[in-house]
Design a protein around this ligand. Structure first.
Ligand SMILES: Cc1ncc(COP(=O)(O)O)c(C=O)c1O
Length: 454
């Protein structure tokens, strides 16, 4: 055996030892794992894209289907789990996953919709403070969302003019040509954080320095908690503090962070956040998303918001009055009565999260990813390199493997050998061992297959 073979042989034994000692090992059996053509379980490392189905999901949804069949509309009040308050059944679980108070948390809509609804309230540009900070390589939907918000507020429009009064919202701008556009021009309304030349991830110090330098003109900082492409996790606490010191609103897209990192949204004082639940939260394709609004804003009824009847005070909602009185807290941002089957699926998964606990999950996750990183290094092949930061605090479970010459054949070969990872153009294979249902042996098998494909 050469050195690589020896290292791998030792790693197989290590993986099985780690699995035996793993206090969370029982959870794998609670999930349905897809099979390959020969009927063997695939090595599923794509919980960062679509989490696996808990075995209980079916019965949770069936319960609601049965109650609908037998009760019809009466199910709103008399279903085993009445539909009227159904979204409340997930609130506490969801709050625990993201480190929030129940009043700060709600399950509703989908992710991009929630980002927009929250920006309606929390992106309030004025002539002096109108910029938005995002990552240059943020997920495209976030790019589209913030750009469309800028356009909606006319910040990107050539007709953008300073208002007569510094703090007048931009919507009411006059087109008086004697006034001047903001210094640097409206195109500077979007600050896109880019890695330094020759680097692939952002440096914390650069993010903080930008906030310090531009802060007086920044209305909103909206970053991902974990970047979808590089797997880099941001220091949300430091970014929020830096933003607040300069008077900015700070929000996060937690698509790749919720259920992955141990979040403390309340303690970090984040203003708002939104996330989807089909990735790490295993709520199924297109699952109902989550939103967080800090307790500080719970009673800010003067904030502009798009209203719908489900956000109206519960006591008087059914009086069907003409005026909107929002519920205090995140629930006040709801628009419509929620999709019960989706909530049921989310509930099935969150009950598993509750039993496992985010602290224990994260502890295992750090070890799983470190093991993956070790094995990738042990392959010693210059055609692959990891672009995700090496510090555990600067990443979640995902490692992004850059493939030289954008060679997608490698990814296709992995797939044909029963490994489900994902490919992101132009040259990255994303691999995410998730602590709920991935084992150290899964990670080992992946590395073995990868080695054989190279
Ligand atoms: C970081 C990030 N933001 C936004 C989205 C868009 O999510 P949705 O289609 O649920 O709005 C995704 C989807 O994968 C994502 O990864």
């Amino acid at each position: 055996m050469n050195t690589i073979e020896t290292e791998f042989a030792a790693s197989a034994a290590f993986a099985s030892e780690m699995d035996k000692k793993d206090p969370l090992r029982g959870f794998k059996a609670e999930f349905l794992i897809p099979k390959d053509e020969s009927g063997n379980n695939v090595v599923y490392l794509t919980g960062n894209s679509l989490g696996l189905q808990p075995k209980t999901t079916c019965s949770y949804i069936e319960q609601e289907l049965n109650d609908w069949a037998t009760l019809g509309v009466e199910g709103h009040f008399h279903a085993k789990n009445p539909w009227l308050p159904y979204h409340e059944f997930v609130t506490e679980h969801l709050a625990r996953v993201v480190g929030a108070l129940p009043v700060e948390t709600v399950a509703m809509n989908s992710l991009t919709v929630n980002l927009h609804l929250l920006m309606v309230s929390f992106y309030r540009p004025t002539s002096d403070r109108y910029k938005i900070v995002i990552e240059k390589n943020a997920f495209p939907s976030d790019q589209y969302a913030v750009r469309s918000q800028l356009e909606f507020h006319k910040v990107l429009s050539p007709a953008f003019k300073r208002p007569a009064f510094a703090n007048e919202p931009l919507d009411s701008f006059s087109s008086d040509s004697s006034t001047q556009p903001p210094e640097g021009g409206p195109q500077n309304a979007l600050i896109e954080l880019a890695p330094r030349e020759g680097e692939t991830t952002l440096r914390s110090e650069d993010i903080l320095e930008t906030i310090e330098r531009e802060g007086d003109s920044i209305a909103l900082i909206m970053l991902g908690g974990v970047n979808y492409y590089t797997g880099q996790a941001f220091d949300m606490k430091a970014i929020t503090e830096a933003g607040h010191r300069k008077g900015c609103i700070v929000g996060f897209d937690l698509a790749h962070a919720a259920g992955n990192l141990e979040l403390k949204l309340h303690d970090w004082d984040v203003d708002f956040a939104a996330w989807c639940s089909y990735k790490y939260l295993n709520a199924g394709p297109g699952g109902i998303a989550g939103a967080f609004v800090h307790e500080r804003h719970a009673r800010s009824f003067d904030l502009p918001r798009f209203a719908g009847w489900w956000g109206h005070e519960k006591e008087t909602r059914f009086l069907m009055g003409p005026d909107f009185h929002p519920i205090a807290g995140a629930e006040g941002w709801q628009l419509s009565n929620p999709p019960i089957f989706q909530l049921a699926a989310l509930r099935a998964s969150l009950e598993i999260f509750d039993r496992a606990g985010m602290a224990a999950l994260r502890e295992k996750s750090v070890k799983l990813t470190a093991f993956l990183e070790f094995l990738l290094g042990a392959i010693h092949d210059e055609r692959i390199s990891v672009i995700t930061p090496t510090a555990p605090g600067a990443r979640g479970c995902q490692l992004s493997i850059r493939v030289k010459d954008s060679n997608k054949d490698l990814f296709n070969a992995l797939t044909s050998k029963g490994v489900i990872a994902d490919w992101r153009e132009p040259d990255v294979i994303r691999v995410a061992p998730v602590p709920l249902y991935n084992s150290f042996t899964d990670v080992y098998k992946f590395a073995e297959v990868l080695k054989s494909c190279l």
